[in-house]
Design a protein around this ligand. Structure first.
Ligand code: NAP
Length: 322
């Protein structure tokens, strides 16, 4: 008898075809994210689960999953899964690092250019019929990237790929991790290690690339915004919960910082009436860090490979924890 696999949402057709050959699969259709009440029922029956970053896989669900061997998430972030509890229950957790690194670093860099050169803001002005005169010497000026200090919080896969892009634009790069990378790597990337405090004090642009954990939850709050340069910009392509959004709105309105560009939010999709949507020096993207055709296909491939490994009792190719 074929093993059973449940997907909380459709994946690419090629991936579904492969899965169907080996497993008895069921795909949730309807409301996204899948209601917990439905997931409670489905998780009881299956050997493998494919989920997405908005599906919270907590202790309660893991306790119900009597046959489950693997949770395979279509994301590099795994803050939505209780990975410790999964491990305790001998359930593998697979995730998709590396393949999405370039796409996400590209998006972070495009947000930096966008907010400093006011591209999306200009688009909004034109569409609203407010571009009525050719701009003069002092009108609608943006800022150079060259010689600005970029502070990268989380110089891991995505952070260090962003550093390479920033170097090509002649930016100065500082970074903060819990542990500095090796001197050789620092030299190669052209980056300097600083404390978190120095990073927020010195940077003209801060780009967040840490995972969302207890340590990084609401890390960017009133206190931090007060310390940042008034001319600084905040970029977030990591996770929405790393920023206290209420404090960010106040900081932007009170001009404590110069602007922000965000791909991720506390609640997604962000409501069209959210105060951030009414602030002009903010660029908003609909959580598209990894969203290129090529990257998404590679993510699907890894997601199913991780699942196949886990169902066979083997460690997924990319495995969280164990
Ligand atoms: P990664 O390679 O694991 O890098 C994370 C970095 O953060 C590491 O250098 C780590 O260094 C540092 N870090 C972790 N906790 C920290 C803390 N408390 N304080 C300071 N530094 C800390 O991860 P990645 O592949 O670059 O991905 C980063 C995150 O991006 C993911 O977790 C995900 O949430 C997000 N993401 C979003 C999208 C999107 O669509 N917007 C797409 C992909 C990824 P130390 O361990 O030395 O501290």
């Amino acid at each position: 008898m074929k093993r059973r696999v449940f997907l909380t949402r459709r994946l690419h057709d090629f991936a579904l075809k492969k899965l169907k050959k080996k497993y008895q699969i069921e795909i949730h259709s309807g409301k996204i994210p899948i209601p917990k009440s439905k997931l409670r029922i489905k998780i009881k029956e299956v050997d493998g689960l494919i989920c997405f970053p908005y599906d919270k896989i907590d202790k309660e669900l893991i306790d119900l999953a009597k046959n489950l061997k693997v949770i395979s998430t279509y994301s590099v972030g795994f803050d939505h899964i209780d990975t410790d509890y999964a491990k305790k229950n001998k359930i593998f957790v697979g995730y998709t690092p590396e393949v999405l690194t370039n796409a996400t670093a590209d998006l972070a860099f495009s947000l930096i250019i966008d907010v400093l050169r006011r591209v999306s803001e200009g688009d909004r002005i034109i569409r609203a019929g407010k571009w009525t005169e050719i701009y003069g010497a002092y009108d609608y000026v943006g800022l150079d990237l060259q010689h600005k200090t970029l502070g990268i919080l989380g110089l891991g896969r995505i952070g260090s790929t962003l550093a390479k892009r920033a170097r090509a634009f002649d930016m100065k790069i500082v970074y903060h991790n819990r542990m500095p990378i090796s001197k050789t790597k620092e030299k190669l990337l052209g980056v300097n290690y600083v404390s978190f405090d120095k990073l927020i004090l010195q940077s003209d642009i801060i780009s967040i690339h840490v995972p969302h954990t207890n340590e990084t939850d609401q890390l960017f709050n009133k206190k931090v915004f007060k310390k940042m340069k008034k001319s600084a910009f905040l970029i977030n392509t990591a996770r929405g919960k790393i920023i206290n959004e209420k404090d960010l709105v106040i900081a932007l309105k009170k001009k404590m910082i110069a602007g922000a560009a965000l791909d991720v939010f506390q609640i997604e999709p962000i409501n069209k009436n959210h105060p951030l949507t009414r602030i002009q020096n903010v660029v908003l993207a609909p959580h598209i860090g990894s969203s290129t055709k090529e990257t998404r296909e590679k993510m699907a491939e890894i997601t199913i490979k991780n699942l196949e490994h886990g169902i066979r009792g083997k460690r997924p190719i990319y495995s969280v924890g164990y």
